[in-house]
Write a new protein. Structure first.
Length: 414
């Protein structure tokens, strides 16, 4: 079924039936439309537990996830807390859900962009104000609109914390109160003036990519200019910082490729609020330190909002969210990541095809599971509009066939 047929089926169901029948028709429509690339969809979080949840990433062993969420008991204006949860598998080894999540962040703090350490399963990193930030508009999708708002508290720092994973696993889950002695508080990895977040470790854990926003000064009317984020890298061995991408406008959301030689990110340097996707090859010195960007390649150049890119582990393509099919319904697209392909002939295809925003895609280390943030309506939940976490089996071969990529499995050019 193509997208147009799926949406027609959806529209018909909404007009003809009760909420339950409409939800069943809707689920059947998007499940069929997204196959065979995505199959076996599972919603990991629910509006009964979280008012909203999003931006989730897998641990290196694929057994845990880290994500940001607002507890259902919190007010609508509450900032995101940072959570981790162990994945639950069924008897076939398929992801079936999550265990009770663990709150990693201090109550009242604002948090975002969690990431697991590549080699230490007990350590995580995330952007955190650690204490309550100054009053700001709550981040996320605004209910009843298609507007997405993000906040840039100057108190936000790249922070780390220990998860007592082995202690939790030995007890079959997190009991809530009896925390072990090594259950430390989050601490800044480094401290800079301004917003520091959107952080990820390199595959060897030596480097940390992050976005930095200098504190803005209001104009004569008290209005702050749009955030001008730059992408920086922190060398944990040398304890030095270096700007990698510092174009005018917002440069952020960076991730390393699986081999650590490339990064991907978004930028609105061409036009404010019209984000485009870029990749860049990193330059290294003889000692292995990153010295800058050797080569930058734009993957998109259109009049749409393209953001949250993420590499597939094979390095041959990226996923990202885009407004290409409408600002009222973001979808996840895949795009060829070969830097030698011209931008005019670079192939891209939709991966998600459900009503309701689908954003922030991420892969597990094997590339066989895709996790993302969605406002789609699962069966029995008609009327729910909050963002929640979803996961599905990902068929890379089917995706590459749609992208018309070579079948030899070769990675992008170096």
């Amino acid at each position: 079924m193509n997208r147009q047929t799926a949406l027609c089926t959806l529209s018909a169901s909404l007009l003809l039936g009760c909420a339950g029948a409409a939800a069943e028709a809707q689920m059947a429509a998007w499940a069929e439309a997204e196959a065979p690339i995505l199959t076996g969809h599972v919603r990991l979080t629910s509006p009964e537990r979280f008012a909203k949840a999003g931006e989730a990433y897998f641990s290196p062993d694929g057994k845990w996830i880290i994500f940001q969420a607002v507890d259902v008991g919190e007010p609508a204006t509450a900032p995101y807390g940072m959570y981790a949860a162990a994945l639950v598998q069924d008897e076939r080894g398929e992801i079936a859900g999550i265990q009770e999540p663990i709150l990693l962040s201090p109550p009242g703090s604002a948090n975002t962009c969690g990431w697991f350490h590549p080699t230490d399963p007990t350590r995580v990193m995330f952007g955190s104000t650690i204490t309550a930030p100054k009053a700001q508009e709550a981040p996320g999708f605004k209910v009843g609109t298609s507007r997405y708002v993000w906040a840039f508290p100057a108190e936000m720092e790249v922070s780390t914390r220990t998860i007592p994973v082995r202690w939790i696993e030995s007890r079959g889950g997190w009991p809530g109160q009896d925390a072990p002695a090594d259950w430390d508080a989050p601490v800044p990895l480094f401290e800079r003036n301004g917003y520091d977040a959107e952080c990820t470790w390199s595959p060897d854990a030596r480097f940390v990519l992050y976005a930095h926003v200098e504190p803005g000064e209001p104009d004569e009317n008290g209005v702050l200019a749009p955030a001008d984020a730059d992408i920086w890298i922190y060398d944990t061995e040398a304890r030095t910082h270096k700007a990698l991408v510092a174009e005018k406008g917002y440069d952020g959301g960076p991730f390393f490729s699986a081999d650590g030689k490339w990064i991907c990110y978004r930028s609105d340097r061409k036009r404010n609020d019209h984000l485009q996707i870029y990749i860049a090859k990193l330059a290294f010195d003889d000692a292995g330190a990153i010295t800058g960007v050797e080569r930058e390649v734009a993957l998109t150049a259109n009049d749409d909002v393209n953001w949250c890119p993420f590499w597939h582990p094979n390095g041959r393509f990226l996923l990202y969210a885009t407004s290409e099919l409408g600002h009222d319904n973001y979808e996840v697209f895949a795009i060829d990541a070969d830097p030698e392909v011209s931008i005019g002939s670079r192939s891209r295809v939709p991966v998600t095809m459900a009503m309701g925003a689908d954003v922030l895609p991420a892969f597990d280390p094997s590339g066989k599971w895709m996790m993302w943030t969605s406002r789609r309506q699962p069966q029995g939940d008609a009327g729910t509009s909050s963002t929640q976490l979803w996961v599905a089996r990902f068929n890379a071969a089917a995706l590459e066939q749609k992208l018309m990529m070579p079948k030899d499995g070769s990675p992008v050019s170096n």
